[in-house]
Design a protein around this ligand. Structure first.
Ligand SMILES: O=C(O)CCC(=O)C(=O)O
Length: 279
């Protein structure tokens, strides 16, 4: 039984397209919390925080995995409907946080982030019980939002890209070469959505996606919430991307259920995190 605003049609679209756009899925309260959390995160970056090299005149900053030190992100993920929506789309009741991430493009123009998949640097086997919600704090037309290739989660897992040079593709790790989608856009079914704060775009990490560039007169502040379900198993992967979990490969064998204190359980909400106080 679906417990959130998710419909059977949303679930079908997620399975078939690897992405689904759900307009006005979260209210202003949660957007306020994201804004405060994002500002805290930018003022106090974690070990993964990085100003990405950028030919544009503005800033492109990203950071991830700050849940444990960011009180706004904790309240957001325990109390808002985001994890319930992701649970419904993954068709499970159990949700584990893989990582939170923020992106800031602003203060001038910022380059395109090349089309890539996130799955090649996810330390897990492929599954439909993996999902990421992309949430914008700024209204965006479709030309300045996240773009994705419809259904590409059903195709190959390509090699990674260099996140420090986000307009370039291809850092070889033995998988098929990541195609240069931007060069031959007409060959791919590319989709993006004009987005308002409150909309959720949920994409599977195997979906080819990229961030459109931003222009001088705009900013794009986004958060992604990346989760997995109970059936997902650990799989170490060669990765140049700084999404490493020291000690994980010592704690788990390939194929083990992905359970570790790195990945807090969001649903069912643990008793000590339930809103409404002590019973
Ligand atoms: O915002 C961007 O330019 C890139 C975003 C992205 O790659 C992601 O959300 O996974």
């Amino acid at each position: 039984m679906l417990s959130s605003i998710v419909t059977a049609e949303h679930v079908r679209t997620y399975r078939e397209d690897g992405a689904v756009f759900i307009p006005q899925a979260i209210s202003q309260t949660w957007l306020d919390l994201i804004q405060i959390g994002l500002e805290r995160n930018m003022r106090h970056p974690g070990p993964f925080g990085v100003d990405i090299r950028n030919k544009g005149s503005g800033k492109f900053f990203t950071d991830h995995s700050n849940f444990l030190v960011n009180p706004e992100f904790q309240r957001l993920l325990y109390d808002s409907p985001i994890a319930d929506i992701l649970a419904d789309l993954m068709e499970t009741d159990e949700v584990y946080l893989f990582y939170d991430q923020i992106f800031f493009k602003g203060g001038g123009s910022a380059d395109r982030t090349a089309f890539h998949q996130d799955m090649p640097f996810y330390q897990m086997d492929d599954s439909l019980q993996i999902a990421g919600a992309w949430i914008t704090l700024d209204p965006l037309d479709a030309a300045h939002a996240l773009e994705y290739v419809v259904g590409s989660h059903l195709g190959p897992e390509y090699n990674t890209f260099d996140p420090n040079q986000p307009s370039k593709v291809g850092a070889d790790n033995g998988r098929p070469q990541l195609p240069n989608i931007q060069k031959e856009r007409e060959k791919w079914e590319i989709r993006s959505h004009a987005s308002q704060p409150g909309d959720l775009l949920v994409i599977h990490p195997k979906v080819l996606h990229g961030g459109a560039p931003t222009s001088e007169d705009m900013q794009r502040r986004t958060m992604t919430v990346n989760v997995f379900g109970p059936d997902v198993t650990f799989q170490p992967k060669p990765t140049r991307i700084n999404m490493r979990f020291p000690g994980l490969a010592e704690a788990l064998q390939p194929g083990d259920p992905l359970r570790h204190p790195y990945f807090p359980k969001l649903r069912p909400v643990p008793d000590h995190q339930k809103a409404g106080g002590v019973a």
